[in-house]
Design a protein around this ligand. Structure first.
Ligand code: ADP
Length: 552
């Protein structure tokens, strides 16, 4: 890059967010808190923003016209796993290909009306087995969410539906705390599907039903469903519930501390859940490759009394409403950590100049070496192989080990509430800088660039960037932007960002297997190895202790 291509006397503007209607209010609040400003359609150029957040998918043209300084909060076709019937189909296919031992974490499901005969046969088979209690089933409309239209039944004559539904085996032996059913809302951020890069969030929400679990009253939604959108209308929601407290939510931190008190191996549980996340996301690969986007999923995990985690569903746009103080603590920090994960650099604040240049027909190549064309105006979508070639092949920190290490810090997690923000981050430092009265001189700006830890980009030192880019193959693939989620240090996904922990790739073999497209077979082989190492002795330990917890 030419040094004079980047002039720090040019206007340094705050990062800009763009919200589509109905985007959650807390997104705006957090970004404003971090010193960002909101996009103004009347005043600003169409490309003059850094983050576009919407509740529905973007058009493909939005993905194609993505600029290096921009991020979109949806990945193309992520809905492939967030509709209940699609998910059921994908998992069934994976079970067929890779065995039910690995893919037995989601309750058996039938898509109605298509699978009616199959369901009938399963239902009758069970009815005929002597001495076996007949199962409970849950019927859920595929196009609805928040517990709407759900029916739990034991007798097939109670099954009624007037739209496409899935009928799923009802987990009738859930883990109970003080008699209340619970499930986990786990946040998962995929920064890329190709190469697959997955982070799980260590903090999260435990969602309780607000009336005691009772298989004798299947139509009591307050006893069987854990959705807040339902329970907040229940008579017991505000009341103090013994063992649970008021409301219907705990943080993961509180839940883990609770498990630890009873000697339950919460780390093993966490590993099993991470395995579920990886196996589920593998089921939807390949997705189209897209630059500069991410997907925040909400995984709903139910734990049974034997401490087996079950995947209930994967949510697109997990709720970011702040219904209670627990929501506030978890979701606010989650959003701060997402912004950190998006890895904005100083250069991204100079987009105004780049927009102007683009308009004036001057192409800007901010992070390639001089004369390289890695950031030319080009489609944001690539093939897997092309992207894979962009990434070097040194070692990856084993993510599950990282996760294991970090779960040890559970006790301190709860202390890290949203009040800890704004904290010293690149963005906050930038904000402070932006609040300075005068624009900096070029010399001062350069000095400041040197100081900023993690900024990773110094406009006057293009040699810092050479290790990043461009192999000849990389340039050929006309990548508009470099993958923002790689560290400048080793071009690997950053192992941990805030409470986000990288869970995939989890070792070198998994990394290699996800480079040239996603080699699902090899990845599954690695997961199998991992699982066989993780489980045996610890599982026995957990089993010994389950009795005391469920009797609480
Ligand atoms: P929705 O999208 O409507 O929230 P979910 O699949 O998340 O649908 O189900 C809503 C709630 O119903 C869950 O949070 C959980 O409490 C309960 N539930 C769903 N499926 C099952 C199941 N198979 N076994 C036990 N409980 C379930």
């Amino acid at each position: 890059m030419m040094a004079d291509d980047y002039d720090t006397r040019e206007i340094w503007r705050p990062l800009v967010f763009r919200l589509h209607e109905n985007a959650p209010a807390v997104v705006r609040e957090v970004l404003l808190e971090r010193g960002w400003t909101e996009f103004d359609k009347e005043e600003q150029d169409d490309a003059d923003w850094n983050l576009y957040w919407r509740n529905s998918p973007f058009r493909m043209t939005d993905h194609h016209s993505i600029k290096p300084w921009q991020r979109l909060n949806h990945y193309p076709e992520a809905v492939r796993i967030t509709r209940k019937d699609y998910l059921a189909r994908h998992l069934k296919r994976m079970r067929g290909s890779y065995g039910s031992a690995l893919y037995e974490f989601s309750p058996v499901a039938f898509i109605m009306p298509n699978d009616y005969i199959k369901f009938l046969s399963e239902y009758s088979k069970e009815g005929q087995s002597v001495g076996r209690r007949s199962s409970y089933w849950i019927c859920k409309p595929v196009g609805l969410s928040r517990g709407r239209g759900i029916l739990i039944f034991q007798d097939i004559k109670d099954l009624v539906y007037d739209c496409t539904v899935i009928v799923q085996k009802y987990i009738s032996n859930p883990l109970l705390i003080s008699g209340y059913k619970l499930d986990l809302r786990l946040y998962v951020c995929v920064t890329s599907f190709c190469p697959l890069t997955i982070y799980t969030y260590e903090e999260g929400l435990v969602r309780f039903a607000t009336e005691k679990f009772d298989l004798g009253s299947l139509d009591n939604v307050y006893a069987h469903l854990t959705n807040t959108s339902i329970n907040k209308y229940g008579a017991s929601y505000e009341k103090y519930k013994e063992g649970i407290g008021c409301g219907s939510k705990w943080t993961f931190s509180k839940f883990r501390s609770y498990l630890q008190i009873f000697g339950v191996d919460d780390m093993l549980l966490w590993q099993k859940i991470n395995n579920i996340v990886i196996l589920t996301l593998l089921a939807v690969t390949p997705l189209p490759v897209a630059s500069n986007c991410f997907e925040l999923f909400g995984f709903d995990i139910l734990i049974d009394e034997k401490f087996k985690p079950w995947l209930l569903e994967v949510n697109y746009n997990p709720a970011l409403r702040l219904d209670c103080s627990t929501d506030d603590t978890v979701k606010r920090k989650l959003l701060h950590d997402i912004v950190e994960l998006l890895n904005y650099r100083q250069i991204d604040a100079f987009r105004q100049n780049q927009v102007a240049r683009t308009k004036a027909g001057r192409r800007r190549v901010p992070w390639s070496a001089a004369g390289e064309s890695a950031t030319r105006e080009a489609p944001g979508l690539l093939t897997c192989q092309k992207v894979a070639k962009c990434i070097s092949a040194s070692s990856v920190q084993p993510a599950l080990q990282a996760a294991r290490g970090s779960t040890g810090k559970v006790a301190t997690l709860s202390k890290k509430t949203a009040k800890a923000y704004p904290r010293k981050t690149l963005t906050s430092q930038m904000r402070e800088r932006m609040n300075m009265p005068k624009p900096p001189s070029p010399e001062k700006a350069e000095a400041k660039n040197k100081q900023l830890q993690g900024a990773g980009y110094s406009p006057h030192k293009s040699d810092q960037l050479n290790h990043w880019l461009p192999t000849p193959d990389f340039c050929k693939c006309k990548l508009t932007t470099r993958p923002y989620f790689l560290s400048d240090k080793d071009q690997r996904p950053i192992p941990r960002v805030g409470d986000f922990v990288l869970i995939f790739p989890f070792n070198e073999a998994a990394f290699q297997a996800s480079k040239d497209g996603t080699d699902v077979k090899s990845i599954i082989k690695e997961i199998n190895k991992l699982v066989s190492k993780q489980l045996p002795s610890k599982e026995q330990n957990t089993k010994k202790r389950v009795g005391c917890l469920t009797s609480v």
